[in-house]
Ligand binder design. Structure first.
Ligand code: NAD
Length: 445
């Protein structure tokens, strides 16, 4: 099928590459010409395992192409995916302006019937708005009667860090439409990903839009709940890792997504929780659980700094911290809303210096903080330790899991590790003569 994808970010680029891989003819349109230029040179602007070869091979085969010419893009696709950003606006609502701009563009240039598929995470009712904008533009061009253009809500559930495999093997494909023709087109386009069992779930547009928010908010709730219990465990002398395994063994709870830590970040959970809070208040409903999830997360991001400040009696001036992990989670270079940012900014404010290492997010950190004199990016995790007073682990990359503790001990002036992800076993650390502070467990002193 001929497919157009608007937006070549984490969602659009991965979806486009995966659709091209199974044989669809895909044109990607973006307003960021530098990004498109880089892609055409084979430079992938984001880190995502498996993405680079997929993009390069499909680009070279001619099944995947890139363009800033939106009109040409609109004319190409029988199916038009919208995968542009929906960031938080200043009051926490999802800003849908980019989605609505694409709708306008489609309405202005569409020359034949097409199905518009919205993959961006958007407030309930946005599919109706997108349809209205397209239909109005078609009416203005007197093409409303001969061009049929249904709008389907098809939220995306990929996870950064495993986006390619999530798109290749989705858990479910939510299709929000009441238009049987549109449903048939969506079934056809996703048929290669719907083979081993039925994954397509068809529902109305509003339910599909709410499904996406409900999924992210449920996951955020699990994290904030565990963080709350971890904070309690610290005060009660319990061990959150034992508690985690104890509750995870109940199949109604399960082991997934119940790791305590330093709060959730990234481009989705924080903004989606805020957006659903906003949607709720607009609907005249007070979302008490979501408000608590949000505020627990904001506080949780400050806990690591609080532990460090307590350890040093609040005086961090002149201290140097080795920081392992900048990305908001492993296997991505994304630092949007990353807990590392909150921590580093607090350390700098207190007069400390940060020496950081991350396997993939160094360029992004350089872009955001490169000009600071109290920030050094180091080529290896060992180099970050050199001359540091303490080590702080913020992102649980695999490469941090089994370090040389003797080297850590020799490198750190104060022989102390602050672990925001419970990566290490306190009993092991105790044998190395290091001090160790983690989340929801007794410190090793
Ligand atoms: P992103 O910021 O990485 O990329 C968005 C892209 O859209 C940018 O390249 C931008 O230049 C482009 N764009 C903006 N306006 C445009 C226009 N008018 N025409 C063409 N391109 C335009 O965003 P993302 O992370 O890919 O997220 C996209 C959407 O998918 C968001 O609504 C997000 O909430 C949702 N989502 C994201 C993820 C994720 O893990 N990142 C997962 C599921 C859903």
């Amino acid at each position: 099928m001929k497919v157009t994808v608007f937006g070549v970010g984490y969602v659009g680029l991965v979806q486009a590459a995966v659709l091209a891989e199974v044989g669809h003819q895909v044109v990607c349109v973006d307003i960021d010409s530098e990004k498109l230029e880089a892609l055409m040179q084979g430079n992938i602007p984001i880190y995502e395992p498996g993405l680079e070869s997929l993009v390069v091979e499909n680009y070279n085969s001619g099944r995947l192409s890139f363009s800033t010419d939106a009109a040409q893009g609109v004319r190409h696709g029988e199916v038009q995916f919208i995968a542009v950003g929906t960031p938080s606006d200043e009051i926490g609502a999802a800003d849908t302006q980019y989605v609505l701009q694409v709708a306008e563009t489609i309405g202005q240039h569409l020359e034949r019937s097409a199905v518009v598929v919205n993959k961006s995470t958007v407030p309930v009712g946005t599919a109706d708005k997108v349809a209205n904008i397209i239909h109005q533009a078609l009416r203005a061009r007197q093409r409303f009667s001969d061009i049929h253009c249904p709008v389907v809500s098809n939220p995306e559930f990929l996870k950064e860090g495993s986006a390619v495999s999530d798109c290749m093997k989705p858990d479910r494909i939510i299709v929000g439409t009441t238009d049987k023709q549109a449903e048939a087109v969506i079934r056809e386009i996703y048929a290669p990903f719907n083979r081993n069992r039925e994954k397509i779930m068809v529902m109305d547009e509003r339910s599909a839009e709410l499904t996406k928010y409900a999924a992210n908010c449920m996951l955020a709730t699990k994290i904030s709940f565990m963080n709350e219990v971890a904070n309690l465990a610290e005060r009660l002398g319990a061990d959150i890792e034992s508690v985690r395994m104890g509750i995870g063994s109940d199949p109604r709870i399960g082991y997934h997504f119940i790791y305590p830590g330093v709060g959730y970040g990234g481009s989705c959970f924080p903004k989606d929780v805020q957006a659903l809070i906003h949607t709720s208040s607009q609907a005249g409903f007070e979302p008490k659980i979501l408000q608590a999830v949000e505020s627990r997360n904001r506080l949780q991001k400050q806990t690591l700094f609080a532990k460090i400040a307590d350890y040093y009696g609040r005086d961090l001036k002149g201290k140097t911290f080795a920081l392992w992990g900048l990305a908001f989670k492993p296997n991505t270079d994304d630092m949007r809303e990353a807990p590392a940012r909150v921590l580093m900014e607090a350390l700098w404010k207190a007069g400390a210096t940060v020496q950081a290492y991350d396997p993939e997010a160094m360029d992004e950190a350089q872009r955001i903080y490169g000009q600071r004199s109290d920030f050094r990016l180091c080529g290896t995790k060992e180099a970050a330790l050199s001359g540091a007073d303490a080590l702080v682990v913020v992102t649980e990359w695999q490469i941090f899991r089994a370090p040389d503790f003797d080297l850590i001990g020799r490198s750190l002036t104060d022989r102390v590790i602050f672990d925001g992800r419970n990566v290490y076993d306190p009993a092991r650390i105790a044998t190395r003569g290091l001090n160790y502070y983690s989340v929801g467990r007794a410190p090793v002193i």
